[in-house]
Design a protein around this ligand. Sequence first.
Ligand code: ADP
Ligand code: DAR
Length: 349
Amino acid sequence: MTMIWDGQTFPEFKQNCSSLLSRYLSKDLFNNLKNKKTLHGFTLFQAINSGVVNQDSHIGVYAGDAESYDLFSPLLNPIIDEYHGFSLASTHTSDFNSSAPSVPNPDPNGQYILSTRIRVGRNIDGMPLGPAINRDQRIEVESRIARTLDSLSGDLSGTYFPLLGMDEIVQNRLISDHFLFKNGDRFLEAVGLNRDWPEGRGIFHNQQKTFLVWVNEEDQLRIISMQKGGDISAVFNRLIRAVKKLEETLPFLFHSRLGYLSSCPTNLGTAMRASVHIQLLKLGSKKSEFEDIADRYSLQIRGIHGEHSESEGGVFDVSNRKRLGITEIEAIRDLYDGVVALIKKEATL
Ligand code: ADP
Ligand code: DAR
């Protein structure tokens, strides 16, 4: 699905391309925006190249910095509206500082849910995002984050492991055990997120691997809380504590209308993805019924190794799809209600 594009003429989208980019980039819009660039030098070409050369993209567009969301807003706003159901009249509020929701464990007997993981994306205020950051800035971001992580105590204390020089066997083991990000894919490659890889990238985790931080993958931080089983509240509580501690010394990039900013417009607002690995041996093979429930509860279904992967042994990665225009607790509620509905359906089959 990869094609070559000269970046100067209006891109051609194949008949079967269904990306939001292909739907909202008109010729006029392309001509109006093609010579604009942000203060960090990020251009429309850079913003849309991934969606042009990867015609199987769902979204197809990225931001290089906070300014991208304003400079390219004639293209980004309709895409954000459609993906999140978030119009110009919508507002985003966060309730991340309140105590965790009292959602009970949807699978107290551990029959279906193997593990729960909740992550938020964050980026450093005053720095470009991954697609526009330069090598020195990326290394500065890594060292600032590593210093803050090193100061953590109690159950959040742990060790930072740079990817540069990491033993390949250790790296592959961390990836297959669902702790570490995979090496950048073609979507990230086409927007420049894999530049200078693996320099400046790494993973922090505590002893138990229940608190982890990815550094300089798609976002400058992916702050992760995870554990076996379905105790969503315990996982969420740990994440709230960790994010509060990190933001004592790290200024996170925040937009008054769009909430926390990320290089990908799917990760705005809460920038939170709360997921369970859940085994649905019967429902998993009934695609339309599975997808009906997922749509009804705004759930996203991924494979067992995350995005662009397949399910294995009837295990699926089920998470909230919407991240913007809802609060963190509403997103958790989306997941809880959806998982209860999936388990109920599975039990009747
Ligand atoms: P992200 O969640 O950061 O958007 P991915 O979807 O690629 O990124 O998932 C990243 C990693 O997290 C993958 O290895 C995936 O298997 C793992 N993962 C996601 N959800 C869970 C979960 N509930 N339990 C265990 N691992 C998970
Ligand atoms: N692959 C790109 C991004 C989709 C959202 N996933 C992220 N950001 N990891 C696409 O447009 O399909």
